[in-house]
Design a protein around this ligand. Structure first.
Ligand SMILES: O=C(O)/C=C/C(=O)CC(=O)CC(=O)O
Ligand SMILES: [Ca+2]
Ligand SMILES: [Mg+2]
Length: 411
């Protein structure tokens, strides 16, 4: 992928050094009190209301922004994504645009950020070698940690698009069937092993045709950008229900994403080589370009950072996930979402789930002086992501937070 020349810093006050300068420009959907939701772009601590600026500039794509979701923009395709980004870059870096733009820069504190796009199909992969190895050891202690297919294909499952929620949405502790290995029969009740999964989500823009696989080289024509993603997981419900069809109710109650979608063009300086694949992938999964992402994560629980997973350690690339997801001819649509799977590095303090951090609950870790394993009611988890931007500094990919509320199911 070619690295476009870096834009100069923005004239917008507070943008330089904020992680949201002119080299980032993530999209979201916002509304002020009593207003209709519409598309904006973040610059520093402001959201730029694109609709009136596009109308004043007589942009022929202005209708894409007066929408309650990004889906119209997603479906418009790569050429429109690029011309839109070039236009916005000019607005926030060219001083002569100040008179036009400034009245439409709204402080973030004065607007509400909403769900950025309408999620179509949601797929979750399992692309971290370290996570898959850890979970294999914990869930299947008597078998090989990695199942025989794992190094041949990016393992994944179809999740539930309708329960993807924006950052800041509270998560009610799920109820379900739980059966500890020591119990004879399952009982129905609140999950006792509620967990997080620190992941990266890939947002599909341009769709494909049924029957036509998408090649790894067409990745940037179809994927619009990335979001932070927390795939909340009830480990006790999961461990009992998942055989043989895979994750179901232990995952489908909620998945949180960031309210900001970082376009792929903002990641031009973030691509890096994959750690290495052995055996070499089948032809339809081979990737010619650097396909890893040097994105660093922070997992915060109760105000303390408990882990720093490195995305660069991921085994399978998003190009390969997309190629595999469509390898049977399944088509994709604007707003589809596929996630990387839990991001865990090789070190203990790089694990992206509490299942791994507490080694199945057997090795508690200390947060603010208290021993912890899984999530308690009232806990708030924040995932933060940062990456090298094209401007030489770092960009802050949308953070994802959520607070656990007590279970509401019948007990
Ligand atoms: O190995 C298993 O049985 C399942 C592991 C998972 O939790 C699946 C999942 O959500 C994938 C991931 O986040 O990496
Ligand atoms: Ca997951
Ligand atoms: Mg989920």
């Amino acid at each position: 992928m070619t690295t476009p020349s870096s834009p100069p810093s923005s004239w917008v006050e507070g943008a330089a050094g904020s992680g949201y300068d002119a080299d980032h420009l993530p999209y979201g959907v916002f509304a002020g009190p009593g207003e209709s939701p519409r598309v904006g772009v973040r610059i520093g601590n402001h959201v730029l209301d694109l609709t009136p600026v596009a109308a004043a500039d007589m942009l022929d794509t202005h209708h894409l922004f007066d929408e309650p979701s990004l889906n119209e923009l997603l479906g418009a395709g790569r050429a429109v994504w690029q011309s839109t980004r070039t236009w916005i870059t000019g607005l926030v870096t060219d001083e002569t645009e100040r008179d036009l733009v400034e009245p439409h820069l709204l402080p973030l504190a004065e607007v509400t950020m909403l769900m950025p796009f309408e999620v179509g199909d949601y797929v979750d992969f399992y692309a971290s070698l370290d996570h898959a190895t850890n979970v294999g050891r914990l869930f299947r202690p008597d078998a090989e940690a990695l199942l025989p297919n794992w190094r041949w294909l990016p393992v994944g499952y179809h999740g539930r698009g309708g329960t993807v929620v924006p950052s800041g949405t509270d998560v009610v502790r799920p109820c379900g069937q739980r059966k500890a290995p020591t119990e004879d029969a399952p009982t129905y009740g609140p999950s006792r092993r509620l967990d997080i999964e620190a992941e990266l989500g890939f947002v599909v823009g341009a769709g494909s045709h049924l029957g036509e696989p998408v090649s790894t080289s067409a990745f940037a024509d179809h994927v619009f950008g990335v979001v932070g993603l927390n795939d909340w997981s009830a480990r006790d419900i999961q461990a009992w229900e998942y055989v043989p069809l895979g994750p179901f109710l232990g995952k489908s109650f909620a998945t949180s994403i960031s309210v900001w979608v970082t376009p792929l063009d903002a990641l031009a300086a973030t691509w890096t080589d994959l750690p290495g694949q052995e055996p070499a992938p089948l032809d339809y999964l081979s990737v010619a370009e650097p396909a890893g992402l040097a994105i660093d994560l922070e997992v915060e629980l109760a105000g303390e950072v408990v882990s720093r997973p490195p995305y660069a350690s991921m085994y399978w690339s998003p190009h390969q996930m997309l190629a595999h997801l469509t390898a049977n001819g399944a088509s994709i649509r604007p707003g589809d979402l596929f996630a990387s799977g839990t991001i865990s590095g090789p070190e203990r303090e790089q694990r992206g789930s509490f299942l791994e951090l507490s080694w199945g609950g057997k090795e508690p870790f200390t947060v603010a002086g208290v021993e912890r394993t899984f999530l308690d009611d009232g806990d708030t988890v924040v995932l933060r992501y940062s990456a090298p931007g094209t401007g030489g500094g770092r960009i802050a990919i949308g953070e994802v937070s959520g607070t656990i509320l007590p279970a509401q199911g019948l007990d």
